[in-house]
Design a protein around this ligand. Structure first.
Ligand SMILES: CC(C)(COP(=O)(O)OP(=O)(O)OC[C@H]1O[C@@H](n2cnc3c(N)ncnc32)[C@H](O)[C@@H]1OP(=O)(O)O)[C@@H](O)C(=O)NCCC(=O)NCCS
Length: 193
């Protein structure tokens, strides 16, 4: 487990601290994900779904459609890799990858069986405080340790997260109607913040 300093909490329009905890609000912990985190990863998978402005949230059960279930079912398989952020004892974000054997079984971001796909989300109240960046730094380290050389993702072109992915060294390899397919080589020097 690694204690990391995050950007201090902000205040919403009513002056309420954007953080409900009672401990040190500016220290998060990052740890490896384990089999016990499956339900949290399901919640984060739901949070990772991109919605156009004003769109209604889909029912939570959407994460059980086959196209999404493949990112969390049977967690954790031998080549699954993930990290969890906790603040004040509560899980607040996750980044994880899963390897797929071919395009038919792979997800939206599939490129190659050797390149695992990323899923990534932080709870809404905690976004924009550096937690996502820190999670990714740790995930890259874990993936490197396992021996993965690259990871890929699919992101909606209108998702602000595209900025973050570019800063983290992801490059666009394919532009589809609504999404970019992006890849990051873990051999690249890190370029955090
Ligand atoms: C993307 C996400 C995991 C980043 O975590 P975070 O803790 O907010 O990230 P950081 O504070 O380290 O970095 C800030 C960057 O995150 C991205 N970000 C911040 N809030 C965001 C939001 N509500 N939606 C999407 N991306 C967001 C932006 O790229 C931002 O950089 P910018 O201000 O220059 O645009 C988090 O914002 C999130 O869960 N967003 C919704 C789910 C999502 O889009 N997941 C990715 C699917 S491909």
């Amino acid at each position: 487990m690694d204690r990391v300093r995050i950007i201090p909490e902000t205040y919403d329009k009513l002056g309420v601290i954007n953080n409900k905890g009672t401990g040190d609000l500016n220290m998060a912990t990052i740890r490896k994900a384990g089999p016990e985190d499956q339900q949290f990863l399901r919640e984060m998978l739901y949070e990772s779904i991109h919605l156009p402005p004003g769109a209604d949230k889909p029912p939570f059960s959407i994460i059980d459609i086959p196209e999404l279930l493949k990112y969390t079912d049977d967690w954790m398989k031998e080549t699954d890799c993930g990290v969890i952020a906790e603040l004040d004892g509560n899980k607040i974000g996750a980044a994880w990858t899963r390897q797929f054997k071919d395009a038919a079984s792979g997800g939206y971001g599939f490129i190659d069986p050797a390149v695992p796909e990323l899923v990534f989300a932080v709870r809404p109240d905690y976004r924009g405080r550096g937690i996502g960046t820190t999670l990714m730094e740790h995930l890259f380290t874990e993936l490197n340790a396992i021996g993965f050389k690259k990871l890929s993702l699919s992101v909606n072109k209108k998702n602000r997260a595209v900025n973050l992915y570019k800063r983290l060294g992801f490059e666009k390899v394919k532009e589809q109607e609504t999404d970019y397919l992006m890849i990051k080589s873990l051999a690249n020097p890190p370029c955090f913040r």
